[in-house]
Each structure stands twice: as C-alpha cells, then as structure tokens.
Design a binder for this molecule. Sequence first.
Ligand code: SF4
Ligand code: SF4
Length: 488
Amino acid sequence: MIAVETRTYRLGEYHPFEGGGRQFLYLVPAGAIFEMDTAVSTVIDAFNDGEVTHEQLVESLMEREFLYDDASELIGELFLTRIILASNAGSDASSASQEPLDPPPANFPLQSLVMNLTNQCNLSCQYCYEFGEDKVATPDGKPKFMDLETAKASVNFLLAQSSGRKAVHITFFGGETLMNFPLLKQVVTYANEQASAQGRSIDFSLTTNATLLTPAIIEFLSDNRIGVTVSMDGPPELHDQLRVFANGRGSYDVIAPRVKALIQGHRTRPITARVTLTNGVTDVVRIYRHLKDELGFHEIGFAPVTTSPDRLYAINELGMHGVLEQFHVLAEEYLEYALRGEMHGFTNVSDTIAELYQGVNKSHPCGAGLGLVGVGPSGDIAPCHRFVDSDTHSLGNIATGIDREKQSDFLERGHIHAKYDCHSCWARPLCAGGCHHEAFVRYGDTGHPNLHYCDWIRDWTDTCLRIFGAISAQNPEFLEKFAERKAL
Ligand code: SF4
Ligand code: SF4
C-alpha cells in the first residue's frame, strides 16, 4: 500500500442520476446510492481531464474554501466508498472497477420451495413455457399429479435444507395448481405441524389461472393466509387472445367473477395479477386500469413473454419500446402516489424500489438453484418452477437429495463473474444477466446473459433509480413505511 499523499486517482464505477431535484450516484460495485453534494461534484469535476493526484484533489477543494484536513477527510471517504479509485499502486490498484462478489457457499440455506402440484392444466395458453413451442419440460413417463408422500418429503427437504432460517416459504404451482387442491390442503396442514414442532414458520402462496376457484377454496386460502397471484392478461379482448381453453374459447368470462369473489373474500393478503405481455397485448396502462380499477386487484406485475424472437406472439423491438413508454407512465403515477404517502399497485416499480432500499448487489439474477428450488410431481428437483420436469436441468430428486455437482455447475455458469458482457454494465447489481430460463430459451445456455434487452433494462433501472431518488428527497417517510410493510 502506498502513502495517501502520493496516490493518483481515477473515477470509480457509478451511474449518475437525478431525482426530486437532487443529484445521486449509483455506486455499481456496491449496489449503493450516494447523494452528491457540491463537495462531491467538485471532486468529480476535477477528473474532467483524466487522472488526478491527491494533492490536486485537495487543491480543488481548498479553492472551494475547504480546509486542508476536511478536504483530505472527504477524499478518504470517497476512496472508501469507491467513488474514486487509486490507479498508481500495486494492491491499491486492485481497485479495478469489478468488485469481486464471493461465490455462494455450497450449502447456502434454502429460503423457498416451489411445489408443482401437477403438470396438468385446464387451459391451453399458447405462450405457456410449459406446453408451448419453447418448452424445456420432458414430462413423458412422469407422474402428472404429485402424491402426498412426495409432497411431505419436499416439506421435510425444505426444512432440513434451510437451517438457521426462522421462516421459510412454499409456493404452490402447476400446471394449474388448483387441479390438485386436495393435496394443497394436506400440505398446508403437514407443513405447519412440522415447522411449528421446530419453532419455525412457513409462509404460503400460490399461482393460479383462477378458473377453478370456489367459495370454499377462497375461504381456505384466506383462513390460512395464503398469498394468491392470478395469471391474467387484462380486459376480455386482450386476455382472450392467448389465454384460452383447449377448444380455443377465451377464459375471461370464466375467471372474472371468480377473481372478484377472491378479492372480496380473501381478507388476509393482497391479491396480485401477473400479466404476460405478448405481441398485440402491450397496452400496459389500459391493462393496469382494468385489473386495478375494474376488477380490484391490489397489485399488478407485468412481464414480456419468454420466447424465441421468431414466434408470432413474441414482442419485437418496437413493441418493447412501447411497453417501456407505458411503464414510464405508470412509474410517474407511482411517484405521485408515493409523494402523497399512498401505495401504488405497479409491482414492477415496487419490486425494484425494494431491491434498491436493501442495497441489493446480485451475484445471480434470482434465487433459482440457490435459495430457491422447484420440485415437480415426480419429486425431481429443478432450479425453479420453470425448469420443473426437465431432465436436462434436473438437480436431483427429493428422495435422494440435491446433486451438488449439478447445482454448482448451474450456479457457476449463472454467476455474474462468468458473464463477461455484463462486467462493464452499470445495471448489473440488479440485473446480473437476467432470467436463467429466458437465457436458455434464447441462447441455449442458462448462464448466458440476456443481451437482447440490455438497453431496455438500463432504461428501466434508471427510471426506478430516479423514482427512488425523488421519494428519498421529497418524502423519505414513505420509504420507511414501504420497508415496514414489505418487511425489508
Ligand atoms: S444482461 Fe445486459 S443489462 Fe443485464 S447486467 Fe448484463 S449487460 Fe447489463
Ligand atoms: S430462473 Fe427465471 S423464472 Fe426461474 S426464478 Fe429465476 S427469474 Fe424466475
């Protein structure tokens, strides 16, 4: 290490943004947000012509009436937070812009298990990743419905593999989850018994197409505080384009009354809609208004369909640009709500705000294969629900345990270190290369970065940063309330 006074500095890696009339820096190696005041911007301006020495930086600050000691102290702080880096010294120069993120430990404790109760579905949505043209599942010869023994073994597996965690999570999934509702009920009882015997708790949620909801099911979900996400794509003329029964009939008329009953009858958790955007179903604002104002969903999240670009329902570049513009409209609305102290239901903003609040800096895009696994009806373990029943992606079986070799191969390939294209991208603390499943569908490799949407991701991340900055400048209490509500 060399003496501070003889250091030469260069700028670190950050993304500047403005929010609520204030200037901020998003510090990429740390995934942290730093407010830029006059002193910090004086230091940054000093780099206009390239590298600068410690003494030159001190002088720039003294010209702004800083005392020598205060200037040195500020430079030291900026060095520690990696806004400026040493560029002329052996180990100090290890301050390359890439902050090494440790690989996760081999025995990283599980947090969530997605239990695919069945691989059968009573709808034939044309874009479905489980049944459509891009499917990775190989269900032939495997059970169609999970049995109680496999479900119990999955619960035991989750509890055994999550030691140290007081609370864990089970998400019920399908196929259509409610086609195996009798098993779901048994699992809730069993899992609660097992967890409470260990002084722990399990939180439950499910995803459903809502076609099979009945008053009795709604009562059970409410009584057991089970979170519900409904897959729904908007008003009938949009929803019915691809969410159809086997005979091609749209499912809107069947699900709308059931959704209303669910929202009215489920008293213990907010109800979320999950919208899949496809070619021709990109009118985000209209979909949001319908689901929020006409049906009464509490929260609505949107995701463009995961598919090869040549499918008819894939969204092209122009379509994605339109989606982004509409996301901006809802994002502005989100900000207006937040400044009034009100919650808005657009989860694409709230999920990112939650990550920014926590200073997330991801080694992997999501928990798949790490804190989360999916289990199929056969008991096969997959990185997440989207890989369930796929022989290529199996990580073992619930009866024999997780195959650590396969798991580490999946995680090593998905680690941000292995994604060289992402190393110079400022959005990587949140994106980390994007969904493994999408990467496989697009590039044939779960570890490939999703380079087809980088500009989109960076624009959207910048938008969320600006909203975060504006809220923290103008109504910081909202963020405290938000964090409390989301238990961050
Ligand atoms: S996939 Fe693209 S946007 Fe995401 S981290 Fe990599 S380079 Fe950045
Ligand atoms: S791999 Fe993709 S679908 Fe699976 S949990 Fe991660 S982001 Fe979600």
